[in-house]
Write a new protein. Structure first.
Length: 85
């Protein structure tokens, strides 16, 4: 069952909101300083998988998987041979 709002809860939330707004202003001023330092240029950064779009996986052929596995087996065989001697 939800609690009833008390005057203390409301005051606390208002104080938190004011604090966050002050922090937001500080961050925005830092962003402006950095932009001024960079000459006003702003680059758009797009991360893979951003905005809820799923990343697509590369499809590898069976032949490619076999070549990679064979090369790995060869490397491990060389490593074990060195270690044994």
């Amino acid at each position: 069952m939800p609690r009833a709002k008390s005057a203390d809860d409301t005051a606390t939330m208002q104080m938190a909101l004011i604090g966050y707004e002050v922090e937001k202003q500080k961050i925005e001023s830092k962003i402006q300083e950095i932009q001024a330092f960079l000459g006003g240029r702003r680059r758009k950064v797009v991360l893979p998988g951003a905005f809820g779009q799923p990343r697509t996986r590369r499809v590898m052929s069976a032949a490619a998987r076999k070549r990679i596995a064979d090369a790995q087996r060869k490397r491990w065989a060389e490593y074990r041979a060195k270690k044994a001697s």
